[in-house]
Structure formats: structure tokens, C-alpha cells
Design a protein around this ligand. Sequence first.
Ligand code: SF4
Length: 302
Amino acid sequence: MNLPERINELKEKNDMVILAHNYQLPEVQDIADYLGDSLELCYLAQELEAETIVFAGVAFMAESALILNPEKTVLVPELDAHCPMAKMLSPRDVINGKLRYPDAAVVLYGNTTAGAKAEADVICTSANSVRIVNSLDEEKILFGPDKNLRHWTQQHTDKELLPVPDNGYCYVHNSLITPEDVKSLRSSHPDAEVLVHPECLPEVQAMAERVLSTNGMLRHAMSSSSDEFIIGTEKEMCYRLQKEMPEKRFYGFDKAICDDMKKTDLEKLYRVMRDRSNKMELPREIIEKAQRPLQRMLDLSR
Ligand code: SF4
């Protein structure tokens, strides 16, 4: 049996389900039961009946799956796959922000550690940040860690978004997709619609026809009359889009690679499923504190 066959056999025998983020390697996307962005994977983690979730992504995503399902087992193929942006915001930064702005609500992007989430009032993703912020009573919102998502959200609300920390960002979207890159790809594909992620620089957002989460890109491309798209996000998203819509064309940015998302491969998936190793674990009090803001996000987004 080859590796995909052995993985599929383990899934069936052991009541396991594989969730994978849209930025995972093609071989991982192909074997996954479900693909999605952070928000969709949160809903799935909560709704699926399987007793064991194998999470192909980065640590904060597997943490969220466990926080929402503390009675389930969450296995992580690579324990050293982290989102560098999540590490830019410590729980102490959030506590200090709350002391400085006691009247502000705290809205944290899902790309944060469980410890930081535990200090938030509500979590958001790139798919629902505007909706979450506008649903709150407070006029001041401590928002972080991503400065570019904050910029985009600020364009769509009258509330005042205060940064926490001052300057968080994703190196892939912020630094590896520049206005010059967009200009150059657009000159090669003048008829393509430009879709970019809100983690991109404000200048890049301003050049796009749409600013969307990865699942938003998928839905938009499916319903759009355009046949060609420039995709301003991590490069593997184009694999997902091209597979779903072979009749359309998707052009990505070759250097926009998230190294941590690429740490998971079939061999590691197989090993953790076979050995039931690399179990995600969190202190009980963190799970209990972080559950409320995560669940609040899910309730506000339905
Ligand atoms: S693409 Fe950016 S935000 Fe997403 S996991 Fe990688 S570093 Fe973090």
C-alpha cells in the first residue's frame, strides 16, 4: 500500500478526520477530508462527530480546535509549525492594553496563541472582522495583532480600532506580495480580477478588485463571470482554486510561501495517525477562558 492508502485505512479504522488549511501542500490538501480557512475549520471542528481530529495547519488552529472540543483528541503532524504573527502578541500585551483602555472591547484575530485568546472579549477571522467589530456595543476596540487587517476593518466601521501590539503583521502577505509584484502580474494578465487577502499591505488592498478571506476568494471566483484571477495570498491557495475550478485560471505569487504551513507532509500525517502521537494539549484554565471569546465569534458569525 502507498502512503495515501495507508492514511485512508487509518482514518476509517480509527474514526479520524483530517482538517487542512488552504495553505497546506498539495499532497496534504488531496488527502484531507475538509479544507478551509480558519473560520470554516473552527465550525467543522465543532460539528464533526469523529473522535479524533488530525489538524494540518499551524499551532493556533489546532489549539482552537481543541478549545472548541476539549473532549476530543486533536493530533498535530508537526508540533513546530507556528504562525510567526501569533507570536507577536503575548497575553501580557493584551492585559496591558486593557489597563490602558479600560473602556475598549478586545477583538483578537484568530492568529493568536491560546493564552492571548483567553484575554479577549471576542475572536475574529479575516472573513468576519467587520461583522464582529460592528456587532459590539463599545466604540473603542483594541484590535490585533495584524495591522493590515486592522486597516481594512477600520475602512468598514465607525468604531475606533486601537492597535495591540503596535505593529503585528504576516511576513508572507505584508512583505512577499508588494505593489510592484501586483503591477507586474497584472501587466502579464490584464483581464484577470485581482483578489487579495486583508493581511496584505494597504497599498496592495487598494489595487485589488476585492479584499477577501481565502474562502471568500473561493466563493467569489465560483460566482464571478471572470475567467482569470490574480490571487494575493499564500501561493498554495491557487492549487485549491485551480482544482475546484479547472475551467478558470488562477495566477499566484511564487515567493508568497508560508514556511510553517509547509512543515506538514504525508509522512508526518501518517506517523501521528499510526502512533496517535503529537496530541495538542493546553492547560484547562486556558481552555475554559479562551472558549468564551471563540464561541462568541461563532455565534456572532452564523
Ligand atoms: S500565512 Fe502568515 S498569517 Fe498565515 S500562518 Fe503563515 S505567517 Fe501566519
